[in-house]
Design a protein around this ligand. Structure first.
Ligand code: IMP
Ligand code: MG
Length: 181
C-alpha cells in the first residue's frame, strides 16, 4: 500500500512524489527559459496555493525577473461563491511588461479567468500562464494555459502548497483524496 496521510478526518494517498515534481519543474523551466530569453518578466505568484511551486520554479529560471504576489478568493466557508474577490493586488504597474502567472491548480478555471481579465485591464506586453496542475474540468472557463505540469483526474489533491481547509500546504508531495467518486 502506498503512503497515506489523514487530515480533517479524510484520508489521502500519495499521488506525485518529490522526485516527479522536481523533474517536471525542471522541464517546465527549460521551456520557459527558451521563451523568455532576452526578456525580464514579472513572475506573478497567485497566493496562497502557488507559493511553493513559484519558489521552486524561479530557482530554475535563467533570465532576470521580478516576483509579485496577488491573492484572490472564490470561497466563503467551504463552498465556492462563483465570484472572485481580490484580496491583495499588485504593487507595481504591469503596463508594457511581460507577465507570467504562476498557479498551483486550475480546476474550473474561474479564479484564473477572472485574474486574467483583471490583469489585462493594465495592458501588459504579454500575459502567459504556468500551472503545476490542470484538471479536465478547467475547460468550463476556456483557459489557455501555456505551461502545464501535470494533467490530473478530477479528484481533490493536497500538498506542495495545496490545502484542504488550510491544512496540508507544507507537504513536500502531492496526495489525492481516497475513495472519491
Ligand atoms: P478554480 O477557480 O475552480 O480553477 O479553482 C482554483 C482554486 O481552487 C485553486 O487555486 C485552488 O486554491 C483551489 N482548488 C481547486 N482544486 C483543488 C484541489 O484539488 N485541491 C486543493 N485546492 C484546489
Ligand atoms: Mg485553496
Amino acid at each position: 500500500m502506498g503512503k497515506e496521510i489523514s487530515l480533517h478526518n479524510q484520508t489521502f494517498s500519495l499521488y506525485l512524489d518529490e522526485q516527479k515534481i522536481r523533474e517536471r519543474i525542471i522541464e517546465l523551466a527549460r521551456n520557459i527559459n527558451e521563451d523568455y530569453q532576452g526578456k525580464s518578466p514579472i513572475i506573478l505568484c497567485i497566493l496562497n496555493g502557488s507559493f511553493i511551486f513559484t519558489a521552486d520554479l524561479v530557482r530554475h529560471l535563467d533570465f532576470p525577473l521580478t516576483i509579485e504576489f496577488v491573492r484572490y478568493s472564490s470561497y466563503e466557508g467551504t463552498s465556492t461563491t462563483g465570484r472572485i474577490t481580490k484580496i491583495m493586488g499588485l504593487k507595481s504597474d504591469i503596463e508594457g511588461k511581460d507577465v507570467l502567472i504562476v498557479e498551483d491548480i486550475i480546476d474550473t478555471g474561474l479564479t484564473l479567468s477572472n485574474a486574467i481579465k483583471d490583469l489585462l485591464k493594465s495592458n501588459p506586453a504579454s500575459l502567459k500562464v504556468a500551472s503545476l496542475l490542470l484538471k479536465p474540468s478547467a475547460l468550463i472557463h476556456d483557459i489557455h494555459c501555456n505551461y502545464i505540469g501535470f494533467r490530473i483526474p478530477d479528484k481533490f489533491v493536497i500538498g506542495y502548497g495545496l490545502d484542504y481547509d488550510e491544512l496540508g500546504r507544507d507537504l513536500p508531495e502531492i496526495y489525492q483524496l481516497k475513495d472519491q467518486a
